[in-house]
Design a protein around this ligand. Sequence first.
Ligand code: THG
Length: 267
Amino acid sequence: MIIIGEKINGSIPRVKRAIEEKDEVFISNLAVRQAEAGADYIDVCAGTVPENEVEALTWLIKIVQEAVEVPLCIDSPNHRAIESVFKHAKAPGIINSVSEEEGKGEIIYPMIQGTEWKVIALTCDNSGIPSDVQGRVDITKKIVEKAQGYNITPDRIYIDPLVMALSTDNNSFLKFVDTLASIKKLYPTISVTSGLSNISYGMPLRKTINQSFLTTAVYAGMDSAIMDPCNKEMMAALLATKALLGLDKYCRNFTNAYRKGKIGPAK
Ligand code: THG
């Protein structure tokens, strides 16, 4: 299970302020805490500031790399911004994200061709996000074919099937699981990832729903999540699920995480 730590995101008010005030200590603490909690990648997202997104992302990348060895996940809806900051990354990480929207792949894929960078690909195109399973599978095929043209193999691709809110589509999760199964049948070495919070939009007890989404999606074969690794209850649920699935010999990982205080009930 690959954990992408989500906490350095300019859409979170406290992080937005830290970016505006160039608060290095605050950002570097977020990086260290997520690395210690078990993040495999540290997501960096400047958030809602298109005018100075490149400047903000460049600064975030610098601070995170000074603080931790964990590789970056460079998060922007703007492929031109990703292209501008890419040179500042010292080690291969993940580009978040590409999609079948016009022109994106043509910038992102050549940039990571011949490197060890991985890429998150969203199942959307210029017409938006298909609500049905087949539409998402069709976009995945186009993504894999286009990436193949730049020698980027499926094992470097994380598909994000963009789970919809359960409150607006009651079959949202079931469609996610179907999409995941179809994609993996077609491309056994591909990975599937997702953010956890879209599923619970518009509902009460969002964290409970997010946690149920995480554990059932892992059972269904999800390989990665963009999540808060410092949320000890969420991490406990994740490690418990791995143990239940026979992926934790003698439950050692679970027990050690508990002893080290990394997992536990909500405080
Ligand atoms: N897919 C991809 N990238 C993404 C998303 C996705 N990037 C952005 C977003 N979705 C994932 N990132 C966040 C970051 C923060 C929060 C939610 C999603 C958030 N954080 C709360 C906070 O820090 O205050 C609380 C988190 C918690 O305790 O669990 O809400 O879907 N490819």
